[in-house]
Structure formats: structure tokens, C-alpha cells
Design a binder for this molecule. Sequence first.
Ligand code: S3P
Length: 425
Amino acid sequence: MRIEGPVKGVKGRIRVPSDKSISHRAVILGSVAKGKTVVKRWLRSLDTLATLEIFKKLGTNVKERGDELLIEGRDFSFEEPQNVLDAKNSGTTARITLGVLATQPFFSVITGDESLRRRPMGRVAKPLKAMGAFIDGREEGEKLPLAVRGGRLKGMEFFSEKASAQVKSALLLAGLRAEGITKVTEPLKSRDHTERMLRAFGVKVQEEGLTVSVEGGQTLEGTEVLCPGDPSSASFFVALCLLSGGEVLIEEVLVNPTRDGFFRKVREMGADIRYENLREVSGEPVADLYVRYSGRLRGVEVNPEEVPSMIDEIPILAVLMALSEGTSVVRGAEELRVKESDRIRAVVENLRSMGARIEETEDGFVVEGVENLKGSHIKTYSDHRIAMAFTVAGLVAVGETTIDDPDCVSVSYPSFFEDIRRLIS
Ligand code: S3P
């Protein structure tokens, strides 16, 4: 795909597709619950469809009407799948589903695409094994495909080395079918959608500092879940506006404090960005996001404790940093190396090819802002967030940019290019 830059700003309003993390969880929690769950404004993307397909193969009955799902929950009693389950490109699908499979006495195997088969799974398989599940796979259970035979779990206290919402969610779900109490402590708070949604399904979840716990034997009662707009998808329009000019209103965006670190960081860089009409939707804070071009932004630092709240937005933040005044530094983001691609490497390599002054470090990068980027050939490594971040970079760069695999945006945002076209025309 070819992009000709620079564009002359954005104008208008948009409601970006619904939040991916919440859409995955709505299917999973609706399936393990008792009774019917209605999911409204569900995100239909390749990642969330992978979750839906897996839960259908486990016997969940789901009626789909446009972007609404009607799920008949199985109250944690699934059917042995006939074949290997495929999480495709989705780490969230693989890791959280493992937590559910660990509660089931049958045999199942879960795998994923080439990228997902390279990603670490031991962080969830190990504690699930310690709870009593049988799990084995490549590299001593570190890599997919993983085979699982679960059931008869015992609650445990687990100290997670990483701030990982996927690990925490898998263990909390397994804990609901374990004997006694399951406690998960993380070094920094990761996104808390599972905890919030479990409460909406009537489950008692205790939180004390960085420790979350559930008591086994609780039943989830089917409910209604309304999915808000995805802040990760919104971040690309925020960046495009701040780099190219104009103003944009992004409606109904999730602004959960475990997710809105990017918006807070761009405000620190000098951006005019405001939350309007702040309200609560299905237990989550939501706002309309008003963004206005604010001149050249200032370089900033991102410290390790800030990383979890903006982890998926760091590629687009790097593009903003590359064009800001002064030096920017990102530290403590080594987790980016094991996402859909090695995002530190992909960001550094592509930004450099566009003329940015950026140095890679083990856990992040250091950028000296330049005045302009120039068009280049972008290698996405089939990573949706790299493709979208560098589409924005290409739109503000001088000259022609080509993107090697634009279709990978469908993992989280199938209508991305149409929406971009509408806002820049
Ligand atoms: C997600 C959690 C994050 C994030 C991913 C989605 C989730 O990963 O990067 O895109 O929905 O739970 P961690 O499990 O490492 O927090």
C-alpha cells in the first residue's frame, strides 16, 4: 500500500471500534457464566473472532446479530473439542483460554499462528500446573501448541514476575473452579477489565494493593455487557491530529486508568486533549475525547512504572517522540520484544528508515526529535500496531511511504484505512 504525505490535518468525529480486551472477555466470561449474556457493540476483528470460534468449539451457543452477541453460558461445563483450538495471532485468546481449559477434565490442544507460536506461554502454564492442571507443550511447556487436561485445581498464592493482565485473568478464572482462594500479586497494576467484568457477573473479587483474589466455587450470572471504544485504536487518530493539524472528537472511548497512559503522556508533551462527558459504561470509565492540534510537542520520558498503562501504544508514541522537540526516552518496556513482533526493533528500524534519530536499548529506546520524517518502505512484521503506527508516520512524512502488509490491521481494526480516509478528506 502507498501513502503520499504530508496530509493537511484531520477534522470530524469518529467512534473507533470497540475495545479488544473487553470484547475478548465478554465472550469468555459470557461462556463460563450461567444463563444468557448479551454483548453490545462487540468488536468483530480477527483476534476476537479467534476467541469466539474457540468457545463455540467448546460447545458454547452464540447467536450473532450484527455487532450484538447472545451467549448461552455453560456454567464452566464445556465439551471436549474435536480438534486443535486455534488462537491465531491472539495472545489474549491463548493465555486467558488456557485458564478456562485448566478447569476442564477433558483433553484439549491450543495453538496459534507463527507469531503466537514464538511467544512465551510458560508465564501462564507454570502457575496453572502448580494449581493442578496437566499442561505440556514445546520447549517444556513454554511454547504453543500446548496440550491440557485440567480439573481438580487447588487455589494458590502467585507472585507474577510480570505485570500481565493475561496471566492474572487466566489465574482468576481458574481460581473460580479451584478449591480455596487464589491470589495473584503483580509488580505493577496491569489492566483490570477481568476484575471489573467478573463483578458485573456477580463474582466477589477482593483487591488489596497489587493483590487480587477470588474464592473458588462462585458462579457467574449472565448479564449485559456494553463494549466501549478502544483507546489503543483511538491513539492513532490522536497522534495523526497532533502531528498534522485540525481537531477531532473521538466518541465513547474507554479511559480506564490502567489503559489511558498514552493520553496522559501526550498531555504531558503539551497536547490539548480533554475528556468530555465522563461516565460509566458496564463498570468501566468512558469519555468523549477531544483533541486539537497544539503545535510542536515536547520530548518526554516514560518510566517503567508507566509502561503497563500504555504498553500497546508505545509504537505510536515513538512516532510522536520522533517529531517532538528535544530528547525522549522509554525505559522498562522489554515486554515489547515478545508482543506480536519485537516492537522495539520494528519501531527503531522503521523510524530510522524515515530519517528519525533513534537508538535501541535493551528495554526501550532514546529518540532525538527531528523536524520532519521522510517517506520510506515500512516492514510491519505482520504486526497490526506497527502497520497502523507507520501509516500515521507515512501520512505526516514528506514523500511516499509503502506498507508491506497493510491487511494485518484486521487483527484489531478492520476498517482502519476507511476511517483514516474519512477524517483526512
Ligand atoms: C491484554 C493484555 C496486555 C496487552 C494485550 C492485551 C489483555 O498484555 O499488551 O494487547 O487483553 O489482557 P499483558 O498480558 O502482557 O498485560
